[in-house]
Design a protein around this ligand. Structure first.
Ligand code: HSE
Length: 440
């Protein structure tokens, strides 16, 4: 194939946009040598054209003229890095309508309006590429769509939020409180000034919605996902869990049952400290995908940051420019939610093991009362932990681990615990996630 030039327009010149510009301006000869395609960044649009950025641009490249970019027929690829869901959606639709393929990292927009945008792209005979949306520099979308194409995906287990993983790692390894670890994450630049979307689990749910949509071939919305964040995590539970061989991680989990039901959840999870995901520390992300043919796979790397995210965006640019993305995108059809073949299960139906910590009076008969409630709800105990405490208030922690049981039984038992006079505060309940072992 003869060498060709592909012109690119970028909207949103923040941290990631700067990384993309840096690669395109500094490495385009290298990319041309590898692909035969000259990538030419011809316009960058941002409302702020004055701010210092970590990349030096040729004069005139950066403007605030969005329409100029949209109406430039020579631009074949539009990159939307605006963020948010309103303006960004409008920008993407305009890019598609003006004949551009679209590349984005916008997880919130794709999670909430992916189906509508994909339909608009199909109608315009264009494609949307979104490698950077779910795990930063880890090529997880390409892995699911291409490398694992032979597989029916059975399950996804992901650590897809670096901020939360950094916080939980510091709480575990440095014995820091949640507040101290969050402050550290902010000082290091991993957490936003307003970290709500990350610590509430919302960001992980957006990523899981995208990953599970393309893995299970069905339109998944954030509201299909049960979400708990890490904001109430107490260091005591990390310590007690650790004593019993568990490490606490915020996991995004998508599972398809043999009956075709899909379970989707994001919540703090105790996983075996021996598992590979338990060893993913600091701001790193990892996603483990189970396919019917391949078994377990695991993808690891930086899930955020200027250059890792830019790496994924430029990979998309190359795939779009080479025509590969469009061929694949043609077959990205998601079953509508109304289709009963795509049945999303409620959390109450979940079967799991559970860690429960109660603060109880230190007096005779306490465990008898706890066990009576568990027995009433047909919940079987698999372990208990209580340390001798030498405090003066006569309140001690009692930890129970259950065998596999339904979430609805646990919810009912927790409500009954709270009514007991001997239980002194709201019980803590953390799901234990047994990630299947693919060992020979
Ligand atoms: N805020 C995210 C994280 C990165 O901490 O992983 C962007 O999705």
């Amino acid at each position: 194939m003869a060498d060709k030039t592909v012109k690119i327009g970028l909207v949103g010149f923040g941290t990631v946009g700067s990384g993309v510009a840096k690669i395109l301006l500094e490495d385009s000869d290298y990319i041309k040598a590898k692909t035969g395609i000259k990538l030419e960044l011809t316009r960058i649009v941002d409302v702020d054209t004055k701010k210092e950025r970590p990349v030096k641009l040729p004069a005139g490249l950066l403007t605030n003229d969005l329409n100029g970019l949209i109406n430039d027929k020579d631009i074949q690829i539009g990159i939307e890095l605006v963020g948010g869901t309103k303006i960004a959606k409008d920008v993407q639709l305009k890019m598609l309508a003006s004949g551009k393929d679209v590349i984005t990292a916008n997880k919130a927009l794709l999670a909430e309006h992916g189906s509508e945008l994909y339909t608009a792209a199909h109608k315009a005979d264009k494609c949307i590429a979104f490698e950077a949306s779910c795990a930063g520099g880890i090529p997880i979308i390409s892995a699911i769509r291409t490398g694992l194409a032979a597989n029916k995906i059975k399950a996804i287990y992901g650590i897809v939020n670096g901020t939360c993983n950094y916080i939980l790692t510091n709480m575990t390894s440095k014995n820091e409180s949640f507040r101290t670890a969050l402050k550290q994450a902010q000082d290091k630049g991993y957490a936003e000034a307003d970290p709500t979307l990350d610590i509430s689990g919302g960001d992980s749910a957006h990523k899981l919605a995208i990953l599970s949509s393309i893995s299970f071939g069905c339109e998944i919305l954030p509201q299909d996902i049960y979400v708990e964040g890490i904001e109430n995590t107490d260091i005591a539970d990390i310590r007690y869990g650790g004593e019993m061989g568990y490490t606490l991680k915020l996991l995004a989990i998508g599972q398809k049952t043999s009956e075709g039901k899909i379970f989707l959840r994001v919540h703090p999870s105790f996983i075996s400290s021996d598992s590979a995901l338990a060893r993913v520390d600091g701001p790193f992300n990892a996603v483990s995908i189970f396919g019917h043919a391949v078994g377990q796979t695991m993808f690891y790397g930086r899930g955020a940051g200027m250059m890792p995210t830019a790496s994924a965006i430029v990979a998309d640019i190359i795939e779009v420019a080479m025509g590969n993305s469009k061929k694949l995108f043609k077959h990205l059809t998601l079953e509508p939610r109304s289709n009963t073949n795509c049945f999303v299960s409620k959390i109450d139906e979940l079967e799991s093991r559970f860690y429960i910590r109660l603060r109880v009076s230190d007096k005779p008969g306490v465990f008898a009362q706890i066990c009576t409630i568990l027995a009433r709800h047909e919940i079987s105990l698999s372990g208990v932990l209580q340390h001798e405490e030498h405090n003066t208030n006569n309140v001690v922690p009692a930890i129970v681990i259950t065998h596999k049981t339904r979430q609805e039984k646990i919810t009912a038992a927790l409500a009954d615990f709270e009514k007991l006079e001997i239980v002194k505060s709201k019980p803590v309940c953390i799901r234990i996630v047994d990630i299947p072992q693919d060992s020979d």
